[in-house]
Design a protein around this ligand. Sequence first.
Ligand code: SF4
Ligand code: SF4
Length: 208
Amino acid sequence: MPAKVVGEEKVKKSPSFVKPWLGLKYLFKKPVTIKIPEEKIEPAPKYRGFHTLDWKKCVGCNFCGQICPARAIEMTWIEVDGKMEKRPHPKIDYGRCTFCQFCVDVCPTGALGFIESYILTTTGDEEELQLYDWVPIHPDKFKEIQDQYRDWRFPVEKIEVNEETREVTYYLRNGETFKFKIVGYGIRPPKPPTKPAPKKEEKKDSKQ
Ligand code: SF4
Ligand code: SF4
């Protein structure tokens, strides 16, 4: 059936001198604004915010990494208290993430989730930018911090990464710290560090 086209004469308005002045009626109405920060708006339940990760439930299958349309996920091998986690866990780069939550939908174990927390602001300082690249914390801990502040902000104040030892420290907003070590990336376990080969004794030149 051909589409019905409305004639131009029906939609074309004639110029008017009076009609623009009708907008003045809004001068006497209550402005539709939210006075942030005095007023707060609560995000809708299930608003697609930051991720949570139950490290014990995550089996390192990398389904989340494969489905991510933004290539924001990198599987990361982690050592906690000197013990390496059996499987790699996703590290999410919020510089790329579009918060589509495909990764959450595809996670077969329900390890990866999200919470209605969405505010993260920093300066361009290199140290602060580290906050945009993290292995998410446990949902219970995230929720606990969220319930404490109810301001929908990222739960970590600072992420310190020691480039030499690869130690990572999360400084949570409630004053707690959480430390772990990144020992490698990818789906295969990192190779143990190779010991430096013993130096061969230099042969003495008999001619000298
Ligand atoms: S929310 Fe979407 S873009 Fe962000 S990490 Fe998950 S799959 Fe990738
Ligand atoms: S978060 Fe889920 S999908 Fe991603 S590696 Fe872990 S178990 Fe697999």
